[in-house]
Write a protein that binds this ligand. Structure first.
Ligand SMILES: *Cc1c(COP(=O)(O)O)cnc(C)c1O
Length: 395
């Protein structure tokens, strides 16, 4: 049996006609820049996330980049982030001329550890840190209550890298919040940055991204920034760039958005099935593998709905003999991936900035984790085969 890490063809089976119709609609409209598809999609995503504004951009990377640019962050500034993420999280900080500083991750959630952040912020006595970028890695939110409280105390804006977490819900333990109250990823910080790269839970037919925000002034600045800082046309208030969302992507994504909750549910059901198959296998008890942990309570809300506190953009195991397991799975036609083999503070392009950074949990995660296929169309038989092959590897 062949089990790919992701199978976009399985999705296309039921989406193809609608996507082609949407693309045709854009082609026939001759509205090739901005236009109604982009505007409608911005509204739909803002509403879905519980944010006031959505600003469509070229990619998730550019969503992060124009957020930093709109805050005026540049040379001489530092930005606090996680050492364990896709490169873009750190790349945009370097790209604006600022310097990334790191707080190590929590080994259970793989997300930035608020206690470590506190240490880094307290040590920044000359106040060079100008913003915080937490990442909601693999589809589960970073500990936003602690992060927002800390950010308020230090007077820092928070840019959520929610590229892997669209629709992920975060429980509000804040005083006064009703039990079972949740916020969606991207709606809590000043900016929430999304990617619609094809492998994300909501993926386009190419590159696309969006920033959501509750702040009207910030939204207006983002709109300027994505279009060369121009308002009106040819009068440039700021130096921005061309970061506009392609209407063909917006139209295709609008076809997919109504499926998103169903896809989250499919991924969650697959995660529960892996969890129980791995538990039955004895590998968990034998400490050969650790299954991913849902770190937040899933108390149903007033409507009785169980919140998506984890949307499983990736299903990540922590395993013994990771590199050998990876080869074994590849040999058996099972797609898998290592996200990410080199933590950010160890990346070559950082040069001296990374020297002396102590993030042992990120390094351990980079050495011991592996992602298994989790896409919604994955079948029960495929999952059983994956687990059977992993059991074989350890026996
Ligand atoms: C995918 C991703 C990005 C970048 O998004 P692109 O659309 O590929 O530019 C940024 N951060 C994280 C955590 C991601 O997973």
């Amino acid at each position: 049996m062949k089990v790919p890490l992701l199978d976009l063809q399985a999705q296309l089976e039921y989406l193809e006609d609608d996507i082609l119709a949407a693309v045709t609609r854009v082609v026939k409209s001759t509205r090739y820049i901005q236009g109604p598809e982009v505007e409608e999609f911005e509204k739909e995503i803002a509403e879905y996330c519980g944010a006031a504004y959505g600003v469509g951009v070229t990619s998730g990377t550019d969503a992060l980049l124009i957020s930093l640019m709109s805050l005026g962050i540049g040379p001489g500034d530092k930005v606090l982030t996680t050492p364990y993420s896709f490169f873009a999280t750190m790349g945009v900080i370097l790209r604006v001329g600022a310097i990334p500083v790191f707080a190590d991750i929590d080994p259970i959630s793989f997300n930035i550890d608020p206690a470590k952040m506190e240490e880094v912020l307290a040590a920044d006595t000359s106040r060079e840190i100008k913003a915080i970028i937490p990442v909601h890695l693999y589809g589960q939110c970073a500990d936003m209550s602690a992060i927002m409280e800390m950010a308020a105390r230090y007077g820092l804006p928070v840019i959520e890298d929610a590229a892997q977490a669209i629709g992920a819900e975060y429980p509000l333990p804040a005083a006064g919040a009703a039990k079972g109250t949740y916020k969606r990823a991207g709606s809590m910080g000043l900016a929430g940055c999304f990617s619609f790269f094809p492998s994300k839970n909501l993926g386009g037919i190419g590159d696309a991204g969006m920033v959501v925000t509750q702040d009207k002034d910030f939204a207006e600045r983002l709109v300027l920034m994505r279009n060369h800082g121009a308002h009106p046309k040819y009068y440039h208030k700021l130096v921005g760039g061309n970061f506009r969302l392609d209407p063909i992507q917006a139209a295709a994504l609008r076809v997919k958005l109504p499926y998103l909750e169903r896809w989250h549910a499919g991924r969650c059901a697959n995660a529960r099935r892996y969890d129980s198959l791995f538990l039955q296998s004895g590998l968990v008890d034998a400490q050969q593998i650790v299954v991913p942990k849902v770190v937040y309570s899933q108390t149903p809300g007033a409507d009785g709905r169980i919140p998506n506190v984890h949307i499983y953009n990736q299903y990540i195991l922590r395993v013994a003999r990771r590199n050998e397991l990876r080869e074994w799975l590849n040999k058996n036609d099972i797609g898998c991936e290592v996200y990410y083999p080199v933590p950010l503070h160890k990346q070559e392009c950082l040069g001296d900035i990374g020297a002396g950074v102590q993030c042992p949990e990120a390094e351990k995660a980079a050495d011991t984790t592996i992602a298994l296929p989790i896409y919604p169309e994955l079948t029960e038989a495929m999952q059983e085969y994956v687990v059977e092959k992993i059991v074989q590897f350890y026996s």
